[in-house]
Every structure is written in structure tokens, then in C-alpha cells.
Design a binder for this molecule. Structure first.
Ligand SMILES: O=C(O)[C@@](O)(COP(=O)(O)O)[C@H](O)[C@H](O)COP(=O)(O)O
Ligand SMILES: [Mg+2]
Length: 419
């Protein structure tokens, strides 16, 4: 009895077709397992194969993947493996199904000691089956009407949770008037009794309107709608009713399917999606196993988020990989799909602005929580300091020159330095 076996999924002479989804995995074969044997098992188990020889018969569409490239093993015994997946394996527009293939059971196979999905090359047919972002970096123009080539600025009230609705809105007002564009909820603030969602939405937007009148600038709010999908849809509708231009979603903890559903509802209202990636490090922190942040960013662009946290190029408090490379991919031309605005956040303060923007460019969103609310003179001064730093950078001034013109910035640099 012939049938398909693991060996059928390895062909080092195979040239991927333009319609294939091509994935790069970093694998460490299990002891006694060759790289070829491990690679064939990765291709098999992530497409249509299993451990036993399988009879197929006449009425069968072969959707098997092919391991077509295996790099020489490095000192740790790890190799990069290229696997090509036929387009027909995937349900168009269904990200959960795609990931159940390329990041599913293979992550737990005994045939490998470790496996990490490092990168994907997405074919046009699959890319265009997804909605993609509505706005991406066009938010700078379409929502804020920015003239200067500066980043948009966001702040999260700190402490992360526990502030009353009144305090939360007041902190927002101080930050907006100080020069920030966006108030942002923290990833774990949703609809708790001390600061309920609807009250927070209404009261924050009321003070947003005052801040717009006072500054003559457009201000907005990244309100966190994270919950079960039906509840998220209700919260998106409420945000639209109240005139909010954005919602924020914890995209990893809610899941790809939920993000796609929220994306559709946001399009109905013309609302932008800010993607917080809390829990991403459970996938991407270990360099030998899991799913890279690069692939997570690719998936989220296809699912349609407009802004996504991608790290601080190593400057902030959180470990993050390849911020610059991921940002470049999020801006890359991908069959006409809209780009995604990178968000730099985590341990940032005004003194870091120059090094950050030198690394990321100005077509980003910069978020500072502690770096604004920890300012010795309070939130409004902290916001003014960050704004002075980015305005100065956009005008080609040095940080020192900007600090000479802004007492708030001088105080921030005095307190936190420039590293
Ligand atoms: O809770 C926090 O830590 C933050 O609000 C930052 O606060 P600070 O500005 O006070 O540091 C963000 O959630 C992280 O930046 C997320 O990480 P990432 O951007 O890497 O996804
Ligand atoms: Mg946070």
C-alpha cells in the first residue's frame, strides 16, 4: 500500500510558485533526527500529512506543503527551513485557519526540540482576500490633519488602572492641552467598576472637545474595547455614537478572528483600530521557539489594524525584536494593501526622542505614560516636554536647543537624562 508519507513533503529541487505561501522556520531537529527528516515533518503536519502512511484514493485534492530549502545548521544545531504551501490549502480571508496550519500542531512536535516561525512571503491571492487596514499612517493626515512631519503623540494615564472616570478624563485633558494628540487606555483597562467603559468614553470625549477648543488642534482617544467579540462590537458602536475616531483592541488576547470581526464593524463607522499586543512576548520572546513579532505584525496588517506597537528599537523598558525591520515591512508595498502606523511605547521619555526618531523615522506614533505623568511638574508639563522634543526634532533642532526653548523639556531631561 503506497500512500503519502513524511518523505513526500521534502523536495529540495522544488521552486515555490508565485501563488504559494512561503514560510521560513528556524528548527532544531530532535536528537537522532536529521534536518531533512524534521523539515519533512514540519511540512507534512502543517498541511495535510500525519505520522502514518496514508492511502489517498482517487477523489483527493493534494494540498500538501513542500519543504524546499534547508540551510546548514549553525553551532546550536539550528537550521532555517523554507516551506511552500499551495494556495488551495487556505480558506481565503480566514486568518485563524491559516495560522492553524503554519503555527499549529508543529509547535508541539517531538520531531523538533524547538521551532520558530520567523517570516512569511504572502502571495497576492491570499493578501487580497483580507481587508487590510482602512487608514494606516494616513491617520496623521486624515484624522489629525498634521502639517509638520512629526509623530503623533499618545499617553496612557498612569497608574494603569484604578483612576476614577473623572480623574482619567482630567489626566487626558491635561495631556491634550499640554500637546499630546491621543489619550490611550491601558491594555488592562476595560469596563471595571471604578472606571466604567461608557462613562469613561463620554466624560473623556467631553474634555477632549474642550482641549480641541483650547488648542485649535484635533485630539482623539484610544478607548479600549477589549472583551468577547459581541461585547466589543457593542463598544465599537458606542464609540462611534459618541464621536470617537478610534478604538483600541488587545489583538493577541482577543484573537485574530475577533480582530477581523471588529475590523469589519469599524469600517461601517469609519473608525481606526489601535492594536495593543499584550501577550505577544509569549509567542516571540524566545529566539528559538514560537512565532516572531515580524510574523505577528504581518498577520495583523492583513487582519486590518491601523496602528500597532512594534517596540522602541531597544531604547525602552521592554525587550523587543527588530523594530526597524518590522516597521519597514509594515510600510512595504504589498499588492496595494494599506500600511500600518508603528507605535513606539514602553519606558519612553522626552530625552529619548532623538535617538528613537533617528531609528524609526517620524512616520510613527510615540506613546509615553510614565514619561509624561512622572514629570516633576505634572502631566501637562510632561506632555509639553514630549511635544517640544518632537517639534524640535521635526524642525531640525538638537535636543539641547529644544530644551533651551522649553522649560518643561529641560526639567524632563534633567530628571531622566537622554538615555
Ligand atoms: O503598560 C505599559 O507598559 C505601556 O502602557 C507603556 O507604559 P509606559 O509608557 O509608562 O512605559 C504599554 O502597554 C507598553 O508599552 C506595551 O508594550 P509594547 O509597546 O512593547 O507592546
Ligand atoms: Mg500599557
Amino acid at each position: 500500500m503506497a500512500g503519502i508519507t513524511y518523505e513526500d513533503f521534502l523536495d529540495l529541487s522544488y521552486e515555490p510558485d508565485a501563488s504559494d505561501l512561503v514560510c521560513t522556520f528556524r528548527i532544531a531537529p530532535a536528537e537522532g533526527m536529521s534536518a531533512e527528516a524534521a523539515a519533512s515533518r514540519v511540512a507534512s503536519e502543517s498541511s495535510n500529512g500525519t505520522w502514518a502512511a496514508l492511502p489517498t484514493g482517487a477523489d483527493f485534492t493534494d494540498m500538501g506543503a513542500t519543504a524546499f530549502a534547508i540551510d546548514d545548521a549553525d553551532a546550536a544545531g539550528e537550521s532555517d527551513v523554507g516551506v511552500a504551501y499551495p494556495a488551495g490549502l487556505f480558506e481565503p480571508g480566514n486568518m485563524a485557519q491559516v495560522l492553524s496550519c503554519i503555527a499549529g500542531n508543529i509547535m508541539g512536535m517531538k520531531a523538533v526540540d524547538s521551532i520558530r516561525l520567523e517570516d512569511c512571503e504572502w502571495p497576492e491571492e491570499l493578501v487580497t482576500s483580507f481587508a487590510g487596514p482602512q487608514f494606516g499612517s494616513r491617520v496623521r493626515d486624515e484624522i489629525f490633519g498634521l502639517e509638520a512631519d512629526r509623530p503623533i503623540l499618545a499617553t496612557v494615564p498612569k497608574p494603569k488602572v484604578g483612576l476614577s472616570t473623572k480623574r482619567h478624563a482630567e489626566v487626558g485633558y491635561e495631556a491634550w492641552v499640554g500637546g499630546v494628540d491621543l489619550l490611550k487606555d491601558d491594555e488592562n483597562l476595560t469596563d471595571q467598576s471604578f472606571n466604567p467603559y461608557h462613562d469613561r468614553l463620554v466624560e473623556s470625549l467631553a474634555l477632549r472637545d474642550d482641549a480641541e477648543d483650547e488648542t485649535g488642534e484635533t485630539k482623539s482617544y484610544l478607548i479600549n474595547v477589549t472583551a468577547d467579540t459581541n461585547t466589543m462590537l457593542e463598544r465599537v458602536d458606542l464609540a462611534a455614537e459618541e464621536g470617537c475616531e478610534y478604538v483600541m483592541v488587545d489583538v493577541i488576547t482577543t484573537g485574530w478572528a475577533a480582530v477581523q470581526t471588529v475590523r469589519d464593524r469599524c469600517e461601517d463607522h469609519g473608525i481606526a483600530i489601535h492594536a495593543h499586543r499584550a501577550m505577544h512576548a509569549a509567542f516571540d520572546r524566545l529566539p528559538h521557539h514560537g512565532v516572531s513579532m515580524r510574523v505577528l505584525a504581518q498577520v495583523l496588517r492583513l487582519c486590518g489594524v491601523d496602528q500597532l506597537h512594534t517596540g522602541t528599537a531597544g531604547l525602552g523598558k521592554l525587550a523587543n525584536e527588530d523594530t526597524v525591520g518590522i516597521n519597514e515591512w509594515m510600510r512595504s508595498d504589498l499588492y496595494g494593501l494599506t500600511d500600518v502606523l508603528p507605535v513606539a511605547s514602553g519606558g519612553l521619555h522626552p530625552g529619548l526622542v532623538h535617538d528613537l526618531l533617528d531609528a524609526t523615522g517620524t512616520n510613527v506614533c510615540v506613546q509615553a505614560g510614565g514619561g509624561i505623568h512622572g514629570h516633576p511638574d505634572g502631566t501637562r508639563a510632561g506632555a509639553a516636554a514630549l511635544r517640544a522634543a518632537v517639534d524640535g526634532y521635526a524642525a531640525g533642532k538638537s535636543l539641547e536647543e529644544s530644551a533651551e526653548a522649553s522649560p518643561e523639556l529641560a526639567v524632563a531631561v534633567e530628571k531622566w537624562g537622554t538615555e
